[in-house]
Design a protein. Structure first.
Length: 444
């Protein structure tokens, strides 16, 4: 009996040791699992994209979704900042639509998107942009721009995907500024619009002349009141990133009252200064389709002219010459009954007539061009002369500089263009440029 009891004691001891070892192993495994879960407590690219897309779809769910993002993948972004950022991105979705799917963009499409951002952003953002992960979102609605919806995730040097706080803040600032910009223009607030003018990206520096600035402000207010038919809540947010925001205005009238869409771009530089590219073309006024001489209206470009009528209006020309026959008659024989260009020269300006030439005192046709380079007597319209400056032109055509001082208009199916050539090699004392020549032409 005593041997059996001793054997039992040994077996019990062995079992106890085995159980102790097993418990240690289980504890070690559980601890290992716990440590593994903690060290791997990060969301991957698809999951972070899903959280952001779901937040855009339902702002009421943002708080719970925000909590699912680990702290080290939020870049210290607070919940209120996250909510505002998602509210900005939500404006990319067509009104009343729902997200149907999304996918991580890669390959050629990714390279194209990031390269375009790099080209329009400051060098400070290049590394951040190169590490971005584009996410393309498909929706149940249609966009007016037909441009796909993209949002962007960022990556850290170690490859961790995250939401960059400065990126989000820049997006918020761009949208806030654009809202103020459009409200100032639609509300016709002259003071606000005048203050915004220095922030507009133009082909030439903004003149310091307050009269020019007020003329520009009044013209863009008029443009938003008359030409921009779409309301602000109908504008489409085409794209947004840390440096650029693009809005599409779906319905904008041109000078012929034809509607088309146009884009307005907002840009943020490395110093977080925002500028606006809101190009407005100045249409040529029909009152400036006439050649004035000594203050009197004479000929209209595109109208009939003859040797006798021109002499009665402008006096005797210096010379009248013609080129070869261009059409009609016998072109090969260069017969007089064909149409050709006729140059009628006066001191400092010349008229070009397209028609029939018999002699210097006998010709007629359509006046297709006026060119003035040095005349105090001849003007385009009542006020445009070569003795004026670029700023004088801007007081009459506030956005002539946007079109390189080329203004056009179409009347009854006929197109006309005024080209004002500036002498950029010389600058006037006030910073304006002298005018070297004026050219008013019938284009077709």
């Amino acid at each position: 009996m005593s041997r059996i009891r001793g054997g039992n004691k040994n077996r019990l001891f062995e079992r106890s040791i085995a159980m102790l070892i097993l418990c240690c192993l289980l504890s070690s495994l559980l601890a290992g699992c716990s440590r593994s879960k903690k060290s791997g407590n990060r969301v991957d690219e698809p999951e972070l994209a899903r959280i952001l897309v779901d937040s855009m779809q339902d702002l009421n769910a943002t708080e719970d979704l925000y909590k699912r993002i680990p702290d080290d993948q939020k870049d210290e972004m607070t919940y209120s900042e996250y909510y505002e950022y998602v509210s900005v991105l939500q404006k990319l979705l067509p009104y009343g639509s729902r997200t149907s799917s999304f996918y991580i963009v890669d390959g050629v499409e990714k390279e194209r998107l990031l390269s375009r951002m790099v080209d329009t952003s400051s060098e400070e953002y290049e590394a951040l942009i190169r590490g971005c992960i584009p996410v393309r979102i498909e929706t149940t609605g249609e966009r007016k721009s037909d441009f796909p919806i993209y949002i962007y995730l960022q990556t850290k040097p170690d490859g961790t995907v995250y939401l960059d706080r400065r990126w989000a803040k820049n997006c918020m600032d761009l949208l806030a500024f654009s809202t103020h910009y459009f409200e100032a223009h639609e509300g016709g607030n002259l003071d606000d619009v005048t203050r915004i003018l220095p922030l507009m990206r133009t082909a030439e520096p903004l003149p310091s002349d307050i009269v020019v600035r007020e003329a520009k402000a009044k013209e863009i207010i008029r443009f938003y009141s008359v030409n921009v038919q779409s309301k602000q809540d109908e504008y489409e947010l085409v794209s947004i990133d840390a440096s650029n925001l693009v809005f599409l205005q779906p319905e904008v009238l041109d000078s012929s009252l034809h509607a088309s869409s146009r884009e307005v771009l907002f840009h943020s530089n490395a110093d977080d200064e925002i500028s606006v590219q809101d190009s407005i073309m100045s249409d040529l006024k029909t009152t400036d389709l006439y050649l004035y001489y000594n203050g009197h209206r004479t000929l209209r470009v595109g109208e009939h002219a003859s040797a006798s009528s021109v002499r009665s209006l402008l006096g005797e020309p210096i010379s009248v010459t013609c080129g070869p026959v261009l059409e009609g008659g016998d072109v090969k024989q260069n017969r007089a009954d064909g149409n050709r260009k006729i140059l009628v020269r006066y001191p400092g300006f010349v008229l070009t007539v397209y028609g029939r030439f018999t002699s210097e005192t006998e010709w007629e046709g359509t006046c297709i061009r006026f060119r003035i380079w040095d005349s105090k007597k001849a003007t385009i319209g009542e006020r445009i002369t070569t003795t004026e400056t670029s700023w004088d032109i801007l007081k009459q055509y506030p956005y002539a500089d946007e079109g390189a001082y080329r203004m056009a208009v179409t009347v009854d199916g006929e197109s006309y263009e005024l080209v004002i050539e500036l002498d950029h090699e010389h600058t006037n004392a006030d910073g304006s440029y002298p005018i070297s020549s004026l050219r008013l032409s019938k284009k077709n």
